[in-house]
Each structure stands twice: as C-alpha cells, then as structure tokens.
Design a protein around this ligand. Structure first.
Ligand code: NAP
Length: 241
C-alpha cells in the first residue's frame, strides 16, 4: 500500500521516526506537530532531501475544531489518508491521590481524545475508498498498569479498547485497526528516568529505539499485514508478555 500517511506528533521522538520510515516506504507524509513547528519543518526538509514527500501540519490533537479545520481542507485538497497513525501523547505523572482534574483531563483529551478527533476526521474518506490502516501508539502502561500513571494508563488502555471495537466496525470495509504498545523508548518523554536501573527489569536489557517502534508501524501499514486487525503488538524488550 502507498499513498498518504498522517502521523500525529511527528515533530519529535517516536512520531518523527515513524514519519521518516513511512516516507521511506513511499508514503507522502502529513507530519502533524503541536508546538514544535521548527522540528516538524526540519523533519519534512530531511524527508524531501532524501527523495520523499512530506508537509508539516500543525494542530493540537486535543482540539476537535482545530483538527477538523486542518484535516478537512487537506483532505479536500489531496485525499483522505491511507494510513493514520495516532502517536501524539503526553504524560502528567503523579500518584492518583495527587492528580488534579487538569492533569487527568489533559492526558485523556490528548492521548485518547486525539485519537477520536483525528481518526474521525479521516475515516469517511477511508470508508468510501474501502481500504486503509488505522494504527494507534499505546503503551505497556496501558496493558500492565503503572503506579504514578493512572491517567496515562487509562488513556492508553482506552486506545486498546477503542481500536479493537473500531476494528470490528470497519473490517468489512477492508480497513485494519491495530495498536503498537511500546515499552521504554529513548525519547524526550523518558529522559528524566533512571534508564540504567529500569533497564535491569527489561528482559532484553535496554530501552528501545524510536526506529524499532517505527518498524512495527511500517509492517502493520504494509500490504503484508492485511489479515491482521484488532491486535496489540508489544514492542517492549519483553517487559510485558
Ligand atoms: P515525545 O518525545 O515527548 O514526543 C511527543 C510528540 O507528541 C511530540 O511530537 C509532540 O509534538 C506531540 N504532541 C504532544 N501533544 C500534542 C498535541 N496536543 N497535539 C499535537 N501533537 C502533540 O514522546 P514520545 O516518546 O515520542 O511518545 C510518542 C508516543 O509514544 C506517545 O503517545 C507516548 O505516550 C508513546 N509511548 C512512548 C514511550 C516512551 O518510552 N518514549 C513508551 C510507550 C508509549 P509537539 O512537540 O509539536 O507539541
């Protein structure tokens, strides 16, 4: 499959690696960013310099109106994406007893609400075309739970339930919906964590690289993954089995 791939949170970290990989796979990439416009522009420059095609697309995934405004005009001008990767995510960690309503809502609205807004804005065109890939980036926290991440784990487990349900709804249109659930991956999100200590609890003994998550996304987006839907692919060094 090729065509257009929308990647949310493509400016940095895992999303950036996914955008580069899908561009290498032959997709024209719509590289969404929230705040990091310069990084998104440099990403698109790198992709174009390597012979690919990419444009930066700015919107806050948690803001439904902003998502619709940006994507509706882009879809009118080009086409609905063939691949939609919901990757944008944030953490606001802390013990549940101390979690403010704002910390709860911002994480749910970004990580889970973002999936709703972005996927919904793209889906009509994909349904009409009767093909496509929806891929959400969850987390091992959403599978196993993690103290200090009740809000984040709820959002990431929510993505798994949402994707399994959507997979059942739209399988008849030949659109697959899958989840990639990373363990610890070397990005800004985990730069404050004690990597050496944490790595001891990972069977493969190290954090993952963003490119290793991107490889899983590339596979799920490919024609070879056409018979895989409603699945959660852990890319976590064996942290959760
Ligand atoms: P990161 O380095 O902090 O990057 C987060 C990305 O999400 C940035 O590109 C950021 O864009 C974007 N983003 C955040 N809020 C946004 C919003 N409201 N609207 C649009 N974009 C927004 O994080 P990462 O480690 O790459 O994480 C990517 C995904 O993987 C997240 O969903 C995360 O939960 C998940 N994950 C990460 C790990 C890990 O160990 N790193 C493990 C499991 C799961 P701007 O800077 O442009 O705002």
């Amino acid at each position: 499959m090729s065509g257009i791939a929308l990647v949310t949170g493509a400016s940095r970290g895992i999303g950036r690696a996914i955008a580069k990989r899908l561009a290498k796979d032959g997709y024209r990439v719509w590289a969404n960013y929230g705040r990091s416009r310069d990084e998104a522009e440099s990403l698109c420059g790198e992709i174009e310099a390597a012979g690919g095609s990419a444009i930066p697309v700015g919107f806050d995934v948690a803001d439904g109106e902003a998502v619709r405004a940006a994507l509706e005009s882009l879809i009118d001008a080009e086409a609905a994406p063939d691949v939609v990767v919901s990757n944008a995510g944030i953490t606001r960690d802390g013990l549940f007893a101390m979690t403010s309503e704002d910390e709860w809502n911002s994480v749910i609205n970004t990580n889970l609400g973002g999936f709703y807004h972005v996927t919904k804005a793209c889906l009509r065109g994909m349904l009409r075309r009767r093909s496509g890939r929806v891929i959400a980036i969850s987390s091992v926290s959403g599978q196993a739970g993690n103290a200090g991440q009740v809000n984040y784990a709820a959002s990431k487990a929510g993505l798994i339930g949402a994707c399994k349900s959507l997979a059942k709804e739209i399988a008849s249109r030949k659109i697959t919906v899958n989840v990639v659930a990373p363990g610890f991956v070397e990005t800004d999100m985990v730069k404050e964590l004690p990597a050496e200590d944490l790595a001891k609890a990972i069977p493969l003994g190290r954090f993952g690289a963003p490119e290793e998550i991107a490889a899983a996304v590339s596979f799920l987006a490919s024609d070879e993954a056409a018979y895989i839907t409603g699945q959660v692919l852990g890319v976590n060094g064996g942290m959760y089995m």
